[in-house]
Design a protein. Structure first.
Length: 263
């Protein structure tokens, strides 16, 4: 690992990565397209203006730093140009992707199927093109991340607000504090050019989650959404065995009980 880390695109996840990274790196920089506004809570020397679409900001990234790439890696042409300009082979690069890279999955034909890192990915998606370029050409470790929840992102609120409802669709989730720890684990010991699924490893249908929300917390869902696809069951076996990560929040309902709901 380098002596410094740059977080490219400092949003929700970065808030939880920063305090962990500051214990392991001598210097941690967070970037934003408008750092004085979005990163006002950080010291001025810890925040950096960076916008992939603005080449004049590329020079603000120290070339000898490890990188945690937290925004969609697109468009491909700019991703390629930026990566070549920075010379990313000389340090660690972790890219946050999404489990949506796997497309619809195979559950419609085989309801028992699991999606692991060997499953086909959808290269028609622009961000997937960028992620694969960085993985194949620059040795990036790609984390294919399930739905993120945690403080300020409570699935119970999603149900209350009608964003989700009881359906047969499977959802895969990961607590943001686990994700933050996994980012640091990937920077430290992730294998160059590998992809890892990031999920708590227990897919649940929205119907089950909504039913439990009603029983435990009195959260009433909207009417069921019919004709939903089954979705995917994401395997996290590689994360646990090859990256050696032990989840802090493996049990969704216990975790939800610890999150302060919104009013």
């Amino acid at each position: 690992m380098s002596a410094s880390l740059v977080i490219l695109g400092s949003g929700y996840t970065a808030r939880f990565v920063l305090p962990l990274a500051e214990r392991r790196y001598a210097s941690v920089l967070a970037t934003s397209r408008n750092p004085d506004h979005h990163l006002a809570s950080l010291l001025p020397n810890s925040r950096v203006r960076f916008d992939l679409s603005d080449r004049t900001t590329w020079q603000n990234i120290p070339p000898d730093s490890d990188l945690l790439w937290c925004f969609p890696a697109e468009p491909l042409e700019l991703v390629q140009e930026f990566a070549k300009r920075l010379g990313m082979q000389s340090h660690r690069l972790v890219v946050l992707g999404s489990t949506s890279a796997y497309g619809a999955g195979q559950m419609e034909t085989d309801p028992t199927s699991w999606t692991d890192e060997t499953a086909p990915i959808d290269l028609s998606k622009l961000r997937v093109q960028g992620e694969e370029y960085l993985r194949e050409k620059h040795g990036a470790v790609v984390l294919r991340v399930a739905g993120i929840y945690g403080p300020g992102r409570n699935p119970l609120d999603w149900i209350k607000q009608g964003h989700v409802g009881p359906s047969r669709k499977y959802v895969n989730l990961i607590h943001v504090e686990d994700l933050a720890e996994i980012c640091l684990a990937a920077l430290e010991r992730g294998l160059s050019g590998e992809a890892y699924n990031v999920s708590d490893g227990t897919p649940r249908t929205w119907k089950e989650i909504c039913m439990t929300a009603q029983q435990r917390w009195g959260v009433t869902a909207s009417a069921a959404t019919e004709n939903q696809p089954l979705g995917k069951q994401i395997s996290n076996a590689k994360l646990r065995t090859e990256l050696g990560y032990v989840l802090k929040y493996p049990h969704l309902y216990e975790s939800l009980g610890l999150i302060q709901p919104s009013n």
